[in-house]
Ligand binder design. Structure first.
Ligand code: BTN
Length: 227
């Protein structure tokens, strides 16, 4: 796949959308001035981290299988982190943590038409050697902080790109969720409730037991806090 390397960009996801002429590409930037997170949040993207987007086009990808894109990306990130001495954990649906702190976020922007995914842009941001701003230090970490050594960004990029070519299963995804079967905190805009996390469905919903009620919830509606 063609790789476009940039010194600085607003957001690698936005760049993909601007240049899209039907070709599959990877865009990687040293920093982003307007990094985007999920749910309209921003993503701090200072120099020293890895910020990339993979844009792919599909002819026959059923919309009902869209969660596979999340599975493949999150597992690819976890496998990559393992090769750099980090023990990753997935916080459903799209965050990867280590030592209880977020070190990677994924923003997947899919385009749908006629019940199919026609284009996916998988944006991945990994904190590597970048300094985490003090106001985020209680929730975010970086590879170098965890391993105690400088980690070349290009090496992480190369391993990640290879892993992103592979196919993974939902069981692989679940294998990084040691917290399934335990109590978690489910946060909506105005409240936070405790529930037992039971499973992940094939279309990416989280099954929980909330006070005896079995619910299947979507990551678009809630966020998760691991206990
Ligand atoms: C999140 O944690 O909410 C998702 C963060 C996704 C960040 C990556 S960095 C590369 C790509 N470009 C963006 O603007 N966002 C994603």
């Amino acid at each position: 796949m063609k790789i476009i390397e940039l010194e600085e960009v607003d957001s690698t996801n936005e760049y993909c959308k601007r240049v899209d002429c039907g070709e599959d590409i990877i865009v990687v930037a040293k920093r982003q001035s307007k990094g985007k997170g999920t749910k309209g949040r921003s993503f701090v993207s200072d120099k020293g981290g890895l910020y990339l987007s993979v844009m792919r086009h599909y002819e026959n990808f059923k919309a009902e299988n869209a969660f596979k894109i999340m599975v493949n990306s999150c597992v690819a990130v976890c496998k990559t982190l393992e090769s750099f001495g980090v023990r990753p954990q997935i916080r459903w649906a799209n965050d990867v943590l280590a030592d209880g702190k977020k070190i990677c976020g994924t923003l997947i922007e899919n385009t749908f038409s006629g019940g199919k995914v026609t284009r996916s842009i998988v944006g991945i941001g990994i904190n590597i050697n970048n300094q985490i701003p003090s106001y985020l230090r209680h929730i975010a970490g970086a590879i170098a902080e965890i391993t105690g050594k400088y980690t070349p960004i290009e090496e992480v990029f190369d391993v990640l790109v290879k892993n992103l070519e592979k196919e993974f299963s939902i069981d692989d995804y679940k294998s990084y969720m040691g917290w399934l079967g335990s109590k978690v905190l489910i946060k909506t805009d105005d409240k936070e409730v405790e529930a037992e996390a039971l499973d992940i469905t094939s279309n990416g919903l989280l099954k929980v037991n909330w006070g005896g009620n079995m619910l299947e919830i979507s990551s678009a509606e809630v966020s998760l806090r691991l206990k």
